[in-house]
Design a protein around this ligand. Structure first.
Ligand code: ADP
Length: 274
């Protein structure tokens, strides 16, 4: 499902003394089936951008198109609920939203809210608990007896069980240790491939963007200042420096490029001495 922002602006508390302009002139295209990273400092507008993607917020200016549904500033949007069914959002610290007495019920809650039958929701709980790397014995447990990393996986299974076409991840590895971070990122990469999910990752990590994303958008003070293919955006050293972002480590570039291309770049580029 493609998502396109055209000249989008957004202000919080519009028309009040507390009006706060959070986005202006945002132009971004997220291709269907892509893995798109959104990078920017705190306050640059990333969360606001995400909330416009599933209609939690509506544009104050311009237009947002999600699949074949259009949200235009100042106009009513039809079928917003229908649109939301296709967009799964994993907010920061999603484990804080768990509330049922068992893991199974927690995973079933979202699908049943969308009108899925109990039997179907149960079968999805089984399917998605294993997809996030936990076995079926977890289904009967209380979510509050699990470790932080396990709780987060349960919360993610609950979002996936709604079978979204787009998965939005807002700093999904915040607060995890390095091992947990890595496992979680690999999980999203696998889901992206297996489920052909359009994946949108908000992150502070240039390395994660370089490693996993096909496309990148850099947000800076409410504007989408750089957007496009990862290899173009993250190698634009001068531009990145202008937005106080550092390029990912060059050796890391090389290693990942080798993986992606399936060739060895050993000894390339050649050094002066050679
Ligand atoms: P990020 O996710 O990149 O940290 P946000 O989208 O949360 O950025 O914020 C963009 C700007 O909008 C910031 O200046 C922030 O203070 C402001 N903002 C965010 N949420 C609200 C809100 N509910 N009310 C008023 N201003 C807000």
């Amino acid at each position: 499902m493609e998502i396109v922002f055209k000249q989008v602006g957004f202000s919080y508390s519009k028309g009040t003394p507390f009006e706060k302009r959070a986005l202006m002139d945002v132009n971004v295209r997220i291709k269907s089936g892509s893995y798109h990273a959104v990078i920017g400092h705190t306050g640059s507008g990333k969360s606001t951008l995400l909330q416009l993607m599933n209609g939690l917020l509506k544009p104050s200016e311009g237009q947002v198109r999600v699949g074949d549904r259009m949200m235009i500033a100042g106009k009513k949007t039809k079928n917003l609920v229908e649109m939301r069914k296709h967009i799964g959002i994993v907010f920061q610290f999603p484990e804080q939203q768990l509330f049922e007495e068992t893991v199974e019920k927690d995973i079933m809650f979202g699908p049943m809210n969308f009108g899925v039958s109990e039997a179907e929701a149960k079968s999805r709980a089984k399917e998605y608990i294993s997809l996030v790397g936990l076995d079926e014995t977890f289904l009967e447990k209380s979510p509050f007896d699990l470790s932080g990393g396990q709780m987060r996986r349960v919360a993610i299974a609950g979002v996936l069980a709604m079978k979204p076409s787009v998965l939005i991840l807002d700093e999904p590895t915040a607060g995890l240790d390095p091992r947990g971070r890595n496992d979680m990122m690999e999980l999203f990469a696998a889901l992206h491939l297996r489920e052909e999910l359009t994946t949108i990752l908000v992150t502070h990590s240039m390395e994660d963007a370089w490693r996993y994303a096909d496309e990148v958008t850099i947000m800076y003070r409410g504007k989408s200042v750089l957007t496009g293919e990862t290899t173009d955006v993250l190698t634009n050293e001068t531009a990145l420096a202008n937005y106080s972002l550092r390029m990912p480590h060059v050796m890391e570039f090389k290693r990942i490029l080798e993986q992606r291309l399936g060739v060895s770049l050993e000894g390339y580029p050649k050094t002066e001495q050679e």
